[in-house]
Write a new protein. Structure first.
Length: 358
């Protein structure tokens, strides 16, 4: 619009006032209202966790970040540390469909994905979908399932769809897999293939609670009157599927600078023996470094953590916080390192210390 008046110009020109400066956010940028709403929604999930799980703050944040980032998460610990309870708490925090699958060696792909059943009344095959067709799927003790079933899980996680009788069926949105597993040393477990491990955005490891936390847990159980979690007892303050979609779309709009992207790439590159400051002797410890999917995961969970913290931009601490969860299942150690008792987390710590923070 022209700033000049259509009236005749006066004899003594009067400078027109400068137009007011209006700050318009770029297309797709987060507003202050978006950031505040995201902070409130994630706070409601944390409140629900406090009613069901004692301690395990790192696991809680990892679960929420994975939900916002649109990935899948693997939880590992010895039996009895509330892996299933934590996964169920997150899944029931959103009012979507939830299915729990107890993995066993005789679990077949059709038990998970679904199958075709012949209907004699119509003389036609009908498709019966399996429990994987839900918004949130808990695969309990995933490493007890056989390789054939694990391959069906891989397709669902990678493609967000399944194939039944040659027919491709899309999975509902949002779709998230929360898998639990016992350490591979436990009897009756099958090692997950590297391809499927890489599909998990993060791998969280649960540790034993402190004595004080364990006493708090016992007090909670006696007050609750039951050893099993009833989601209804946590209240009806759950997020809608629209809230979950908003959180995921908002996470994608969190600003990531070039320096942060470079930092994520350098972390992954260092795990492969490169980087600006290579770790001495890493080749004797690591036989397979983190894939480029790890760099993507670092950026995504960094965006999620920034949004959970009430920011619309990523800082280096957002990346550093989840490096162990992103790397520990993507870095494979050599036999020499395993024989010497070196752990993946120790290698990851050396990588984080070696890469300069922007």
């Amino acid at each position: 619009m022209s700033l000049f008046s259509k009236q005749p110009v006066p004899a003594t020109p009067v400078p027109a006032p400068a137009p007011a400066t209006v700050t318009t956010p770029p297309a797709g940028a987060l507003t202050a209202q978006d950031t505040e709403l995201a902070r409130q929604l994630t706070g409601r999930i944390r409140t629900r966790f406090a009613k069901a799980v004692v301690g395990q703050d790192n696991l809680r944040e990892s679960l929420i970040a994975t939900l916002l980032a649109g990935g899948h998460i693997l939880i590992e610990s010895v039996p009895g540390l509330a892996k299933t309870t934590a996964a169920q708490t997150l899944a029931t925090s959103v009012s979507g469909s939830f299915r729990r699958v107890q993995c066993t060696p005789d679990l077949m792909p059709s038990d998970l994905v679904g199958t075709q059943v012949f209907d004699f009344s119509t003389q036609r095959f009908t498709t019966q979908i399996g429990p994987i067709h839900a918004n949130f799927v808990l695969l309990d003790e995933i490493n007890r399932s056989n390789a054939k079933t694990q391959s069906a899980m891989l397709e669902a996680m990678a493609e967000n769809a399944t194939t039944i009788g040659g027919q491709r069926i899309e999975l509902p949105r949002p779709f998230m897999v929360i898998a639990t597993q016992n350490p591979i040393e436990e009897e009756g477990t099958f090692n997950l293939p590297e391809a499927q491990m890489d599909r998990f955005m993060m791998k969280a490891v649960m540790t034993y609670p402190t004595p004080e936390q364990e006493r708090t847990m016992l007090a909670m159980l006696t007050t609750r009157g039951s050893d099993t979690l009833n989601p209804a007892s946590l209240g009806n303050d759950v997020l809608s599927l629209q809230d979950a979609d908003f959180l995921r779309s908002a996470t994608r709009r969190v600003h990531v600078s070039d320096a942060i992207m470079k930092y994520a790439v350098e972390l992954s590159d260092t795990s492969r023996g490169g980087g600006p400051k290579p770790v001495q002797g890493l080749a004797q410890l690591v036989r397979l470094g983190a894939s480029p999917r790890a760099s993507i995961a670092l950026v995504r969970v960094g965006q999620a953590n920034a949004l959970m913290s009430g920011r619309d931009y990523v800082i280096p601490e957002d990346i550093k916080r989840f490096v162990p969860e992103v790397f520990r299942h993507r870095i494979l150690l050599t036999f020499e390192a395993l024989a010497d008792g070196v752990t993946t987390d120790q290698v990851v710590d050396s990588i984080v210390k070696a890469v300069p923070v922007p």
